[in-house]
Write a protein that binds this ligand. Structure first.
Ligand code: ADP
Ligand code: MG
Length: 574
C-alpha cells in the first residue's frame, strides 16, 4: 500500500526466498548439486539421483544417510536454518559442504517439493510444499535416509524458465557435475537414472585412478599424491600424449567440493607447459585437502568459488606436485613406480653408474633409467619420432644444461635455455605480443620500487600488460600488482619483477628494438641447471627445429654445437 510518507516495505519471507533462490538455484544442475551435497553431509554412502527432462520435470535424490529428526523436518525449508554451524567462526572450521541453510528454502520456493526422511529409532515423515506455500507434514513409510523430490522446477517463474537451455543441455550439465563430483568423492557410490533408464552406476570405495579411468574414458592417466605441511593433494592426470581442446578437462576440488579456480587451473596448465602445445589442455582431476581455516568458502552463494588465504603457496604446491610426476614419466607413459622391483643386477648397475660419475649426489632410479635406456636403441626412442615427426633421437641431458641428441650422421649439443629462448622469441614475435597466461591475485601484491624502476615500469606499461602484469600506482613509490604472469608465481616474485625491470631497461638502452620481447623470452625460458624429462627434451628439440633460426639466439649466442660421427670417430682413430 503506497502512501506519500513511506515507500520502504519489508519483503515477506516467501518473496525474499524467491529472490534468494535466483542466487542459489539458477538451473537444474544447482538443485542436483545442493541435494547431493546434503546427502553427503548426512554421511550417506549410497546415493541415487533420478532426473527427467533435464531436471525440469523431476529431480529426485535418495540417500542412505542419517536422516532428519521428526521435530526438525519443518525447519529444513526455513531460510538460514542449518544443523551445520552455530556461529560465524564455524564457517572457518567447516568440514561439511553446506552451512548457509538456504538451499532447501530456495529450492522449495520454486517447485513442487517433497522431503521424506527417517532417522534411526524415529518415525518417518514427509514434508510437502508447493512453490513456497504452507508446508504440510504427514507420516510416511520409508527406510533410514532421506528422499527429496523436486517436480515442475521454476513452474511459478516462467521468466526464469525462459533463460534455461534445452532439456538436453540441462541434462548434460547435470551429468557433468555428477561426473566431476564423483571423480573426487570416489569413496561414494552413486546411481544416476535419466528418463527412467540407468545412466551410470559408480560402486563404493573405488580407487581414484579406477574412478578416473571410467569417467575420463582414458587409459593414459597416472595417479599422484603429495603432502606439504597442511596441504594435501591427490590427483589423476593424463600423460602428455593426451591433449584436449577445452580447459574444462581440468577438474578441481577442495576438500571434496568441486570448484572453479583460475589460479589452480593455471597451476595445472603451467606444469604441462613444455610438454603440450599452447591451446591444448591435459585431463586432470585434482583433489586438494586443506585445513578449513586456510580458506573462505563463504564468498559465493552457490559455493562454486573459494578464497585461499595463501594462494601463492597453493599454486606452487600444485604446480610442483604435477611437474614432479610428469618428470618421472618416460615417453611411453611409464611410471617410475613400475620400476620399483629392480633386480639385483639393476641395483649393481645403479651403483656403478653413481660411481662412474663420482658424484656426491644420489642418483634416483628415474635418473638411472633415463641415462640407461638411451644407450640402447629402445622402442621408446622410436616412439618419439612418431609423436614429434622429426627423426632425431634424444640421448640425454648433460649437466642439467645441455641436451644431447643424434640426427642422421651427426650429434648435436643443444643449450636448453638458449634453445627455449629462441622458441619463445619467435612465438612472441609472430603473435606480435607476449600475451601469456596470468593470474588475478586474490590479494594484490604491494611493492616499493625505486624511482628508476618506477620509470621503467611506466614506460613499458603496455608490454608488461601483454606479458600478464596488471598494476597501478598506490601512492608515492608504491605499486600495487593485481595480476601477475603465471610463469613467475612459483618463483621469488619480488626479485623476478625486479630483474624483469632491470633487463628491460638494460636492453632498451642498448637500442634493441624489440627488447621487451627478448627479456620476456629470456625470463620465461627454461633455465640452465633445470633437470628435464625425456618428454620435455623431445618437445623442446622439436619446437627448436621448427623455428626460423635454430642456430643462434636473439642475443646472438650459439644454440647448437654440431659434430659429425666422422669427426667424433677420428678422436678414437677409427
Ligand atoms: P545447509 O546444507 O546449508 O545446512 P540446506 O537448506 O541445504 O542447508 O539444508 C538444511 C538442513 O536440512 C541441513 O542443515 C540438514 O540438517 C537438513 N538436511 C537437508 N538435507 C538432508 C539430508 N539429505 N539428510 C539429512 N539431513 C538433511
Ligand atoms: Mg545444503
Amino acid at each position: 500500500m503506497l502512501n506519500n510518507s513511506s515507500e520502504i516495505f519489508q519483503l515477506s519471507g516467501d518473496v525474499s526466498n524467491k529472490i534468494a533462490a535466483g542466487e542459489v538455484v539458477e538451473r537444474p544442475v544447482n538443485v542436483v548439486k545442493e541435494l547431493v551435497e546434503n546427502a553427503v553431509d548426512a554421511s550417506a554412502e549410497k546415493i541415487t539421483v533420478e532426473i527427467a527432462e533435464g531436471g525440469l520435470n523431476l529431480i529426485k535424490v535418495m540417500d542412505d544417510g542419517k536422516g532428519i529428526f521428526p521435530e526438525d523436518i519443518e525447519k529444513t525449508i526455513d531460510r538460514f536454518a542449518t544443523s551445520k554451524i552455530r556461529d560465524i567462526n564455524d564457517v572457518y572450521e567447516l568440514s561439511s559442504f553446506g552451512f548457509r541453510g538456504e538451499a532447501l528454502a530456495a529450492i522449495s520456493s520454486v517447485c513442487d517439493f517433497s522431503l521424506v526422511s527417517k532417522r534411526k529409532g524415529y518415525d518417518c515423515l514427509e514434508l510437502k510444499s508447493s512453490f513456497g506455500g504452507q508446508p504440510v507434514v504427514k507420516p510416511a513409510a520409508g527406510i533410514e535416509g532421506t528422499i527429496v523430490t523436486v517436480k515442475n522446477l521454476f513452474g511459478n517463474l516462467p521468466a526464469r524458465r525462459k533463460f534455461l537451455k534445452s532439456s538436453s543441455a540441462e541434462q548434460r550439465e547435470i551429468v557433468k557435475f555428477i561426473r566431476h563430483f564423483m571423480l573426487t568423492n570416489y569413496h561414494l557410490s552413486l546411481r544416476l537414472i535419466v528418463d527412467e533408464k540407468e545412466f551410470f552406476l559408480f560402486p563404493k570405495n573405488e580407487s581414484m585412478l579406477d574412478r578416473a579411468r571410467k569417467i575420463f574414458k582414458e587409459k593414459k592417466i597416472v595417479h599422484l599424491t603429495n603432502k606439504y605441511e597442511n596441504l594435501k593433494i591427490e590427483a589423476v592426470i593424463s600423460t602428455p600424449e593426451v591433449q584436449k581442446f577445452r580447459r574444462d578437462s581440468i577438474v578441481l576440488s577442495v576438500n571434496g567440493r568441486v570448484i572453479k579456480d583460475n589460479m589452480l587451473t593455471q597451476a595445472v596448465i603451467q606444469a604441462y607447459k613444455r610438454l603440450i602445445p599452447e591451446g591444448k589442455f591435459p585431463l586432470a582431476a585434482i583433489r586438494l585437502d586443506i585445513s578449513p581455516s586456510y580458506m573462505d568458502v563463504n564468498v559465493h552463494p552457490a559455493k562454486l568459488f573459494v578464497k585461499f588465504l595463501n594462494s601463492g603457496e597453493i599454486f606452487s604446491f600444485v604446480y610442483d606436485s604435477i611437474l614432479e610426476k610428469l618428470e618421472s614419466l618416460t615417453p611411453h607413459g611409464y611410471d617410475s613406480d613400475n620400476y620399483t622391483n629392480l633386480s639385483d643386477t639393476d641395483e649393481n648397475r645403479i651403483k656403478s653408474f653413481q660411481y662412474s660419475y663420482n658424484s656426491e649426489e644420489q642418483v634416483s632410479v628415474s635418473d638411472f633409467l633415463t641415462a640407461a635406456d638411451t644407450s640402447v636403441s629402445s622402442d621408446e626412442s622410436d616412439n618419439i619420432e612418431e609423436v614429434y615427426g622429426y627423426d632425431f633421437r634424444i640421448i640425454g641431458q648433460l649437466f642439467n644444461t645441455v641436451i644431447i641428441c643424434e640426427f642422421d650422421d651427426f650429434f648435436y649439443l643443444i643449450d636448453q635455455h638458449i634453445a627455449h629462448e629462441r622458441i619463445l622469441y619467435e612465438k612472441y614475435k609472430s603473435e606480435s605480443s607476449v600475451d601469456t597466461a596470468s593470474v588475478v591475485l586474490s590479494e594484490p601484491l604491494v611493492m616499493n620500487l625505486g624511482e628508476e624502476e618506477l620509470e621503467i615500469l611506466n614506460n613499458n606499461k603496455h608490454v608488461l600488460c601483454d606479458f600478464g602484469f596488471d598494476f597501478e600506482s598506490f601512492g608515492g613509490e608504491t605499486v600495487k600488482f593485481n595480476k601477475l604472469p603465471s610463469e613467475i608465481l612459483n618463483k621469488d616474485v619480488v626479485s623476478e619483477i625486479k630483474t624483469i625491470l632491470e633487463e628491460t631497461s638494460r636492453l632498451s638502452r642498448k637500442g634493441l628494438k624489440d627488447s621487451s620481447l627478448v627479456v620476456m623470452s629470456c625470463k620465461s625460458a627454461i633455465k640452465a641447471g633445470e633437470k628435464l624429462s625425456r618428454y620435455e627434451m623431445s618437445h623442446l628439440v622439436n619446437e627448436l627445429l621448427k623455428t626460423k633460426n635454430p642456430f643462434t639466439c636473439p642475443h646472438g649466442r650459439p644454440i647448437i654445437v654440431k659434430q659429425s660421427k666422422e669427426e667424433l670417430f677420428k678422436n678414437f682413430h677409427r
